[in-house]
Write a protein that binds this ligand. Structure first.
Ligand code: PPE
Length: 316
């Protein structure tokens, strides 16, 4: 069976990509066909956002993202050939050169061609930072009104077979399969349970529920990414006087929650208004979610002086 594809242009054209230490023309920043990462998914990546604010544009929690990139690489037994400081400067430089006062940054550490096969250990490790202007990941309406989610029939990858704390390229097939299944069934997003039946996370977001005014989110010992937005929300919620429990919960507790929301760099804070056709709480963004969302926006846009250290300013 053959399938015809229309040529799909790159979604967002920007002039520059940072590659192996310098900004190059984005069209020249390519990966060889036989790069190991293309075949086996042995690469690591990050997703970072920059926001404009009163004091100009700044990257949000850049150091934490770059440190997680190093940890992901360590789990994969590869070494990022640049120091965090060099990557930090590269991220700021490519945003500035692309004239982006806001946007998404995608550092990618990939293993080049050279030796072939699963055992190839020593091919050159290369690093790119792509950037583009990215709007609301789960839709403008999703952020305001909430999205409709499905509990996936696929289980979140187990830490017995994979390393969920690493943002490792190949591991994302688990997420893509769940996301595609949800989309095919008419949902906006999938929520994955772990192998024991406890709620883990969504395909590219951590998950919180609100119960009796308190936040509950799966603990870091669950097979979830150690989300930086998750950490930000826990910090900001405590500052708002909310109690936060990091504990496991099952599907029934999720369905009975007063509110549910997802957190991620791309998705920011997105309410969930319906799961598997059941209305969550009032079926719209709940009041606690709205408070956390507002404080999150204050933080990323530089309106919280006490969290100025979360921002890495750059000049456009
Ligand atoms: N869980 C997963 C599996 C995940 O991929 C992300 C980020 C999170 C939780 C939230 O982590 P953090 O961004 O540090 O709060 N997902 C990234 C990739 C999205 C994509 O489409 O690609 C992101 O949000 O940038």
């Amino acid at each position: 069976m053959t399938q015809a594809f229309d040529a799909v242009p790159t979604e967002f054209q920007v002039p520059f990509t940072w590659l192996d230490g310098a900004c190059v023309a984005a069209a020249q920043a390519t990966v060889p066909l036989m790069a190991l990462t293309v075949h086996y998914g042995v690469g690591v990546f990050e997703g970072i956002r920059a926001y404009d604010g009163a004091r100009g544009p700044a990257v949000f929690r850049l150091r934490e993202h770059l440190e997680r990139l190093r940890r992901s690489a360590a789990l994969l037994r590869i070494q990022v050939p640049f120091a965090v400081e060099a990557l930090r400067d590269g991220c700021c430089e490519v945003m500035a050169k692309n004239g982006l006062r806001e946007g998404y940054l995608r550092p990618l550490v990939f293993v080049d061609d050279g030796r072939r096969g699963l055992g190839a250990p020593n091919n050159r490790i290369r690093v790119a930072v792509a950037t583009w202007p990215w709007g609301r990941y789960l839709g403008d309406e999703g952020v305001r009104r909430g999205i409709r989610a499905q509990v996936s029939s696929l289980v979140r990858m187990s830490a017995r077979s994979f390393l969920p704390k690493g943002k490792i390229c190949g591991q994302y097939v688990n997420s893509v399969l769940a996301k595609r299944g949800a989309a095919a069934a008419g949902f906006d997003e999938a929520i994955l349970l772990d192998e024991h039946g406890f709620v883990a996370e969504a395909t590219g977001e951590n998950l919180f529920l609100v119960r009796d005014g308190a936040l509950v989110t799966p603990p870091r010992s669950s097979p979830i990414l150690d989300g930086i937005t998750r950490d930000t929300v826990i910090t900001l919620a405590k500052e708002l006087g909310l109690v936060v429990h990091e504990e496991r919960f099952a599907r029934d507790q999720l369905l009975l929650a007063d509110e549910v929301f997802l957190t991620g760099t791309a998705a920011e804070i997105t309410p969930v208004r319906e799961i598997d056709g059941m209305r969550i709480g009032g079926g719209e963004r709940g009041p606690v979610t709205a408070r956390v969302q507002a404080r999150f926006l204050d933080a990323v846009h530089g309106r919280l002086p006490e969290h100025a250290d979360w921002l890495t300013p750059y000049r456009v």
